[in-house]
Design a protein around this ligand. Structure first.
Ligand code: SAH
Ligand code: SF4
Ligand code: F3S
Length: 458
């Protein structure tokens, strides 16, 4: 029997790539196992975004070394694989396959060569490809959410970021193929779909039929679909029709993740983000003026080379102007191949840490105030987990907020329940069920039972 074990790091696109890789392997006759000791093939799907990621990968590969005598084969895929390429064979000679995400459509061929005993198989030369990795065999391991990659790669080349080098050229799928996949996901019983892309709103339909906003609406109109999420949006390509579509289409989630990175126009220029603070705030004004309460979230980098106290202060005042519902704050880390690595990493580790702490403290205060708007609201919540130690069930609102709520019987994951919010915390809501649960379809329950036997994410 051909068995494999896969471990995945990184963003949602990487997690979903793993679902596609797993689906492809299963189609090629492999069985997924949850214990690496039982696997004939071990795949490691890597992320390279920050913090000397490649060192961590080599460290992990060293741990695999002890298993090489057991006849196992090893594959390193994803962003570190693309970045380090042949170097992986030099440092971990027991690895037989190294491939970046732009080459996954050649996986069946690479797997055949692996089975034939080849030991230096690479998929590293496809970053200029126009092709996307669409497969009918995607393994749907999330119990309540179906993912669709609508656009791959990135052409933005922000000064600090490895993604354009690891994932290659920006390329979109046709809207017809996205809609066909969305139909298939709805057919499996999923009611929630998340559209994925490094910059999902840079989507350009190769067939010229639909804009990004029109595509979202078309997905939201599919029979059975209750929630359409999309991530990540880039401010540069964020157009007002996206806000109008959210306002007009109740199935589109009223949440936009719109990473600003910095509130200072000077830093944004050095980062090559191609927008100014004012440009960004204009887009925020559109969402603030919307009829629906659109939740905003962001990513912020502190300590980019040359960031002054005033630049950092500009980021803090931007937080106050936008009132995000959550942010991911990161200390700048220099990454291989990026232009910023040649800039002097001028901000000390202490100052970076200090700025990050100030950022997070201020943001927590903002959330403490801003979440109060939900008190006494009735929110429709999708159940995403079982009961916690307090006996509350875990769910998520349309805005992607965590809602812990009490109810008599425990609803199945994927159910919807109306919840009255009785307490607010800086990053979660607490409430009580005020409706019966709407249970998921038999199709989704069957899909969940199938999933229960496999684990994709670590
Ligand atoms: N395409 C998305 C983000 C992709 S990476 C966008 O442009 O918004 C996810 C986040 O990681 C980024 O938003 C950024 O905040 C952070 N990040 C990327 N490179 C980084 C680096 N070198 N150091 C610190 N944070 C980084
Ligand atoms: Fe990286 Fe910038 Fe592309 Fe986002 S837009 S993936 S931060 S290069
Ligand atoms: Fe990491 Fe690659 Fe995603 S670097 S964040 S896995 S695009």
């Amino acid at each position: 029997m051909k068995t494999f074990y896969i471990e995945t790091f990184g963003c949602q696109m990487n997690a979903h790539d793993s679902e596609k890789v797993v689906g492809t392997l299963v189609h090629e006759g492999y069985t997924q196992v949850v214990d690496e000791a039982e696997a004939g093939l071990i795949l490691y799907n890597t992320c390279s975004i920050r913090d000397k990621a490649e060192q961590k990968v080599f460290h992990r590969l060293n741990e695999y070394k002890r298993m090489q005598g057991e006849g196992k084969k090893f594959a390193v895929i994803g962003c570190v694989a693309q970045q380090e390429g042949q170097k992986i064979f030099e440092r971990a000679p027991y690895v037989s396959l190294v491939a970046g995400s732009a080459s996954y459509r050649n996986l069946p061929d690479m797997l055949a060569r692996l089975e034939a005993g080849e030991t230096r198989i690479t998929g590293l030369d496809d970053r200029e490809t126009e092709e996307t990795f669409d497969t009918d065999f995607t393994s749907r391991s999330n119990p309540h959410r179906g993912y669709i990659t609508i656009i791959e790669g990135c052409d933005k080349f922000c000064a600090y970021c490895v993604v354009p080098y690891t994932r290659g050229k920006e390329r979109s799928r046709t809207s017809a193929s996205v809609l066909a996949e969305a139909q298939r996901i709805a057919g499996l019983g999923y009611t929630e779909i998340q559209l994925l892309g490094q910059n999902v709103n840079s989507y350009r339909d190769p067939s010229g039929k639909r804009s990004f906003a029109e595509l979202m609406v078309a997905v939201g109109e599919i029979n059975g679909i209750e929630r359409v999420r999309f991530t990540t949006s880039h401010p540069r390509d964020f157009t007002k029709d996206i806000v109008d579509a959210i306002d007009a289409t109740p199935t589109l989630c009223n949440h936009v993740h719109l990473p600003v990175q910095s509130g200072s126009t000077n830093v944004l220029r050095a980062m090559q983000r191609e927008y100014t603070r004012e440009w960004y705030l204009e887009r925020i004004a559109w969402t603030h003026a919307a009829k629906r309460d659109i939740s905003l979230t962001s990513d912020i980098i502190v300590g980019f080379p040359g960031e002054t106290d005033q630049d950092f202060e500009d980021t803090i005042t931007l937080l106050e102007a936008v009132k995000y519902d959550s942010i991911f704050g990161f200390k700048y880390s220099p990454r291989p191949n990026t232009p910023a690595i040649h800039m002097h990493d001028s901000i000390s580790e202490e100052v970076k840490a200090e700025r990050l702490a100030i950022l997070n403290t201020r943001q927590r205060e903002i959330q403490r105030e801003h979440y109060a708007r939900h008190l006494n609201q009735v929110d429709r919540v999708m159940v995403e987990g079982g009961r916690n130690s307090r006996g509350q069930v875990l769910g998520r609102s349309m805005q992607n907020k965590t809602v812990n709520f009490t109810c008599e019987t425990t609803p199945t994951v994927g159910s919807y329940v109306d919840v009255k919010i009785t307490q607010v915390f800086p990053s979660s809501l607490v409430g009580e069920a005020v409706s019966e649960a709407i249970a998921p379809s038999a199709a989704l329950l069957a899909q969940q039972a199938l999933n229960a036997r496999v684990v994709v994410l670590s």
